[in-house]
Design a protein. Structure first.
Length: 202
């Protein structure tokens, strides 16, 4: 499916993608603001940049197990999206992938994920918890900024760096333990974490 193939089709409500499609290109359904249901076939392996950006009516989506790549900002501003499961073959969560998914409550990151891009979950204000896979070593800038509902986060023991504003505005966060492997904590990393009462730095 080509880039921006159905972009800005604001009256589109339901899509069933043909079984022979393997790639959803950049911006394919961008700003289809009333899209509520989409069926992605098992043969799809790649979801492009901004593919579902601003699909504000989309409440759920099943990403097939064959998907190995999810692009930059792919689900950004999907404000009705409540939960999503990332396929096991995905190893990287790109920048802004789920940014401003303000109703997202649950997301499962597979153990094979080794990197989470900057602002990937920023503005996910109803996300309450997330487990970061053990092989992630860098917490990028703004990755959880504005996640007001985040109450608990477990940082892997191999994390070496926490980026600028990584947890800024996480007002629901009450405690956090910084692993001994961390050598750098960026500017404003925990800015305005007004509920934070305990922080442990080995």
């Amino acid at each position: 499916m080509g880039e921006m193939a159905f972009g800005y089709c604001s009256s589109l409500r339901e899509v069933i993608i043909p079984k022979n499609v393997t790639t959803i290109a950049d911006g394919t359904f961008s700003d289809c603001s009333n899209l509520k249901k989409i069926v992605i076939p098992n043969g799809v392996t790649s979801i492009g940049n901004h593919a579902f950006n601003l699909c504000k009516g989309l409440q759920e989506i099943n990403i097939p197990e064959g998907v190995t790549s999810i692009g930059y900002g792919a689900f950004r501003y999907c404000t009705s999206l409540r939960e999503i499961t990332i396929p096991a073959r995905v190893t990287s969560i790109n920048a802004y992938t789920f940014s401003s998914c303000s109703n997202l409550r649950n997301i499962n990151l597979p153990n094979g994920v080794t990197s989470v891009g900057n602002a990937a979950f920023s503005g996910c204000s109803r996300l309450t918890e997330i487990a970061i896979p053990a092989d992630v070593t860098i917490i990028e800038s703004d990755v959880f900024a504005g996640c007001k509902g985040l109450k608990e986060i477990i940082l892997p023991t191999g994390v070496t760096s926490i980026g600028i504003r990584a947890f800024s505005g996480c007002t629901g966060l009450t405690s956090i333990t910084i692993p001994g492997s961390v050598t750098c904590i960026g500017e404003n990393a925990f800015l305005n974490c007004t509920g934070l009462t305990s922080i442990t730095i080995p």
